[in-house]
Design a protein around this ligand. Structure first.
Ligand code: TRP
Length: 452
């Protein structure tokens, strides 16, 4: 591995690498675990439609906006604002992003840990011969125990720290390029099996036939939160990654491709999960455990299910890993550039601190389950606060910053690579980030939270 000369910043090597790493960040448990459970809780089809609307009208523009900030400033999520707006309070957006990173990684690593347990069970043939009810019971008793889930979580945090430690190009970029396409292929194969189950049609209807009577402002807010979470926007991950993107990269094209890949995989995950949900008589509003209860049922019924299960959970863990890495990178880039810690120290301090917070999230499925506020456990609060509150709030300020403070001239310069690329629809883009996105997010927010 070529080491990075002092004073120079690490960066992504190629444009394929940029897409792999950014799609690696976007595609993760958000698509395969969170999307189906949130869609299931919110009634399916109508939720999907609103979600897709948010992805196009808000998600993609915000992603592009974050890239613009990061590549322009060549700094971490907080330092970027300081550099582009010296002496102004805009850097507080970055600070909020660091807080969001802590919360997200704390609960995300709980679920990431579950994927390791399930990999372990898959290897030891733990799903074989079990009925749907037994599979549900075994999931519930596993998550409620204090020891194993925490152990897996810590192992996962260790792996995350290890990759971040190794740097951007030689760690993140190299592996995602190969592994993400395999994951996609596998999801397609499992979807086909799921679609051929008896009663699959009902699942497809649930996912694709919108029932507008199910829509409330709460559902709309959930869709917005899920869109932000899935695209990794609103907390500076893409500002940080943007700062590693070369000046010759076509940012608009990259953002478009990543958005498309992420959305495609979320929909496929829905096609994989919902037919099976109905075929096995599972409640689509089952919640956090949905995917872990449904998937083993499909494997149990598949020819070669034993092998598919193993491969699937390996890849799911990897998809999660390329996402956790991108969240930890936000914290580490901040610690090392702003607080002058070495990358090593920054990684260790960041991962240990987050792991400690994370243990509380994991234990809230067991011993700390009774600790609830307004019917939500610690885990549920971390999930809700980060996705539905901090990310949309971050997105509002990020677009306002670029739309009103950085301004059109800078945006055109950055997105056209100094005038070498032709920009289409820059007027539409500026309109979205100056007006549409901030107003729409604020409105969803106010109504979704029941503030009015
Ligand atoms: N998008 C990732 C997923 O879907 C999770 C993630 C990574 C994330 N970085 C983020 C979410 C930044 C919000 C903000 O699994």
């Amino acid at each position: 591995m070529a080491s990075i000369p002092k004073g120079e910043r690490d960066s992504f090597g190629s444009s394929i690498g940029v897409i792999a790493a950014t799609a690696g960040s976007a595609v993760g448990l958000g698509n395969i675990w969170r999307f189906p459970y949130v869609a299931g809780e919110n009634g399916g089809g109508a939720f999907l439609l609103i979600y897709l609307g948010f992805i196009m009208a808000i998600g993609f523009p915000v992603m592009l906006t974050e890239f613009t900030i990061g590549r322009r400033a060549q700094k971490n999520a907080l330092g970027s604002f300081k550099k582009l707006a010296p002496g102004k309070p805009w850097y507080l957006i970055g600070l909020m992003g660091i807080v969001a990173a802590f919360l997200i990684l704390a609960f995300y690593s709980t679920i990431a840990g579950w994927t390791l347990e399930y990999l372990f069970q898959a290897i030891s043939d733990g799903f074989n011969g079990k009925s749907a009810v037994e599979l549900k019971d075994s999931f519930e008793s596993f998550q409620a125990t204090p020891f194993r889930p925490v152990l897996w979580q810590l192992i996962f945090m260790f792996l995350t720290g290890y990759i971040v430690f190794s740097g951007v190009k030689n760690g993140i970029e190299k592996y995602t390029k190969v592994l993400m396409p395999i994951l996609l292929l596998l999801i397609i194969i499992i979807s086909i099996r799921s679609l051929s189950l008896e009663g699959a049609r009902e699942g497809l209807n649930f996912l694709f036939k919108p029932d507008f009577s199910k829509i409330t402002w709460g559902v709309v807010l959930d869709a917005l939160g899920q869109a932000a979470f899935s695209l990794s926007i609103g907390m500076g991950t893409l500002i940080t990654y943007g700062s590693y993107i070369k000046k010759t990269n076509n940012l608009s094209r990259t953002a478009f491709q990543v958005t498309a890949i992420d959305t495609f995989i979320a929909i496929l995950a829905g096609i994989m999960i919902f037919p099976a949900v109905f075929a096995f008589g599972i409640d689509p509003a089952e919640g956090f455990g949905l995917v872990f209860i449904v998937l083993p049922n499909i494997f149990e019924q598949m020819v070669g299910g034993y092998y598919f299960a193993i491969l699937f959970f390996i890849l799911l863990a990897i998809a999660a890993l390329t996402s956790t890495v991108s969240v930890l990178e936000v914290v580490v880039a901040y610690f090392s550039e702003e607080l002058n810690l070495s990358r090593k120290k920054a990684t260790i301090i960041g991962s240990v601190a987050i792991s400690i917070v994370g243990i509380f999230a994991t234990l809230s499925f067991g011993p700390l389950g009774k600790l609830q506020l307004l019917d939500k456990t610690i885990f549920a609060w971390f999930d809700y606060l980060s996705a539905n509150i901090l990310l949309p709030l971050g997105a509002i300020f990020i677009v306002l910053f670029v739309g009103w403070y950085l301004g059109k001239k800078n945006v055109i310069d950055e997105l056209s690579n100094g005038g070498t690329l032709k920009l289409k629809m820059i007027g539409v883009f500026m309109f979205i980030i100056k007006f549409l996105a901030p107003i729409a997010i604020t409105a969803v927010f106010i109504y979704g939270l029941g503030l009015i």
